[in-house]
Design a protein around this ligand. Structure first.
Ligand code: PRT
Ligand code: ZN
Length: 290
């Protein structure tokens, strides 16, 4: 099998922290493909799409240069590579932050105290940009991996690395003193215009991503309430559109159906109960197209 010139191409991480979730998302938007280990690309059976499996560091450039039309990669890599790509959607996984950390017992508390110190990192571009912005002069020690052990080997006084749970820092006796930026996996697209047919195909695929993500962010809510509570309840639900209202067999009672955002979920439920709602049911939504 060879890559098709007419098919869309999406770049995913070959093997690593983002791989499984990236594949899962493609399956959730209906892409049907087989993936065997060590395969460099896979072809979808039901969409004109080829999936390329790459090292995450290469994904922004592949998309920027138009070798791939779309990609899924951490924002941290896009920033580090200074890639010219459009971020279409944040995907809600692979969350982490790029942070500065120093040994626990170290007196360094404040950023300014990093002046004249050595900082080990594999994020040299991001760190240099940050130091410049903060007007700090420090020596940046580039390391490929295992950055967290640099201070104990006396290679550096501080480190700048990705953190998610913070366990690695703790295990190595380091404390976080500053966050440079937060990051998560994102769907990216090149900035150059595509030929018409490819552009249409990309938009179809993006619409599917958006339908899935919108559904993940939302819940379908059903409840019963006295009819007279309706105005108060509708003012509480930040609904997609006006809620569905159905009469119940019990006189004066109604059922109300609506969609709420996951983020405000608990807050809204408490308010609804206070407004007289009962039998509140909340169900997940599989896909949602606005
Ligand atoms: O082979 P390839 O180059 O494709 O993969 P890779 O080894 O460079 O990357 P990989 O798979 O480790 O990470 C891929 C992406 O996952 C990163 O670019 C980030 O966008 C995202 N991500 C999310 C993380 C982390 N969380 C993370 N915790 N990437 C790395 N880490 C490392 C960090 O460098 C540190 O060593 O995990 C350690 C800290 O983790 P905690 O949980 O102990 O804080
Ligand atoms: Zn990498």
């Amino acid at each position: 099998m060879i890559l098709s010139r007419n098919n869309l191409k999406i770049a995913l991480q070959k093997s690593g922290r983002l791989s499984e979730k990236s594949l899962e998302i493609l399956q959730q938007i209906g892409m049907d493909f087989d993936r065997s280990k060590d395969q460099l690309f896979a072809r979808c059976r039901n969409f004109d799409l080829d999936i390329l499996f790459l090292r995450d560091d290469d994904i922004p450039e592949y998309v920027q240069d138009g070798v791939c039309d779309l990609g899924i990669v951490g924002e941290n890599i896009i920033k580090e590579r200074n890639a010219k790509v459009k971020i279409i959607e944040k995907l809600g996984f692979g969350r982490c932050r790029l942070s500065l950390a120093v040994p626990e017992g170290n007196s360094i508390q404040d950023l300014k105290e990093l002046n004249g110190k050595r900082i080990a990192t594999s994020y040299t571009a991001s760190l240099n940009a940050f130091l410049k912005e903060q007007q700090i002069t420090a020596e940046v020690i580039p390391l490929r991996g295992s950055v967290e052990i640099a201070p104990s080997l006396n290679l550096s006084d501080a480190i700048c690395d990705l953190v998610s749970t913070g366990n690695t820092l703790k295990q190595n006796g380091l404390k976080e003193i500053e966050i440079l930026f937060q990051s998560e996996a994102v769907l990216i697209q090149g900035e150059n215009p595509l030929p018409n047919d490819k552009g249409k195909l990309v938009n179809r695929l993006i619409l599917r991503f958006q339908g899935l993500l919108q559904a993940k962010r939302s819940k379908y809510i059903l409840m019963n309430a006295p009819e007279k509570a309706l105005p108060r309840i509708t003012s509480i639900i930040p609904a997609l559109s006006s809620p569905t209202v159905l009469p119940l067999a019990t006189k004066g009672m109604i059922a109300i159906h609506s969609v709420i955002e996951e983020e405000v979920f608990w807050d809204v439920i408490e308010k609804l109960k206070m407004a007289g709602a009962s039998g509140i049911l909340v169900v997940p939504i599989e896909k949602m197209v606005l």
